[in-house]
Ligand binder design. Structure first.
Ligand SMILES: NC(=O)c1ccc[n+]([C@@H]2O[C@H](COP(=O)([O-])OP(=O)(O)OC[C@H]3O[C@@H](n4cnc5c(N)ncnc54)[C@H](OP(=O)(O)O)[C@@H]3O)[C@@H](O)[C@H]2O)c1
Length: 179
């Protein structure tokens, strides 16, 4: 029992100890808040593309980036869902309508991705952050899932994201070169 007590936190017993504990807590809170403000400042005004923004994790990420003051491009196939999300974000966070854009993107259509990249970059003149979030899953047990489904998963979750990332880098370097 004695040895266990050595590892338990000791509560302050004197006013000096209490003062030091309060000062410590204040310093930690200050550092945490400073970190949050710094992060918010670093992200403010950045242009973020989020694929698969029409639901789930993509939608949640869009909400976070909007709160951090980013310009957000919501990308997916369900354009109506994207428009609804945009409306919700604009009214919830009282932000300018033109700080969110909706963009139709089908990651399975690899031939269209290069043109999509140039259109994405044209929306705000640059893209600072690309979040490759869109994807599908087999939706069944491995033994029941058809090989064709796995091919589709690779086409969207892997090759689609590779094509998008590659396209962005190509145009991005072109833009840097041009300006
Ligand atoms: N949630 C989890 O527990 C979990 C676990 C492991 C991995 N993940 C991965 O994390 C990512 C997000 O998961 P989630 O749960 O948020 O999934 P989700 O709710 O099903 O959302 C998937 C998103 O991907 C988009 N998408 C699907 N096919 C697309 C295509 N061909 N082109 C462009 N966009 C497409 C969908 O939009 P449209 O249908 O409108 O195009 C949707 O917005 C996925 O890649 C998923 O595989 C999730």
């Amino acid at each position: 029992m004695d040895s266990l007590e050595r590892y338990l936190p000791k509560w302050p017993e004197t006013s000096l100890q209490m003062g030091l504990t309060a000062a410590g807590a204040a310093i930690v809170s200050f550092l945490l808040l400073r970190g949050l403000f710094k992060q918010r400042k670093q992200l403010k005004g950045k242009v973020v593309v989020i694929t698969g923004a029409s639901s789930g994790i993509g939608e949640a990420l869009a909400t976070e980036f909007v709160q951090k003051g980013c310009k957000v491009i919501l990308a997916a196939r369900s354009i109506e869902k994207l428009k609804q999300l945009k409306e919700k974000l604009v009214s919830s966070y009282k932000i300018a309508e033109d700080s969110i854009a909706c963009f139709f993107l089908d990651l399975e259509d690899h031939d269209a991705i290069e043109e999509a990249c140039s259109s994405l970059l044209a929306l705000y003149g640059k893209v600072d952050i690309l979040v490759n979030n869109a994807g599908i899953s087999g939706g069944d047990r491995v033994e029941k899932c058809h090989l064709q489904t796995y091919k589709k998963i690779m086409d969207i979750n892997y090759f689609g994201q590779v094509a998008l990332t590659k396209g962005m880098h190509y145009y991005d370097s072109l833009l840097q070169f041009t300006f």
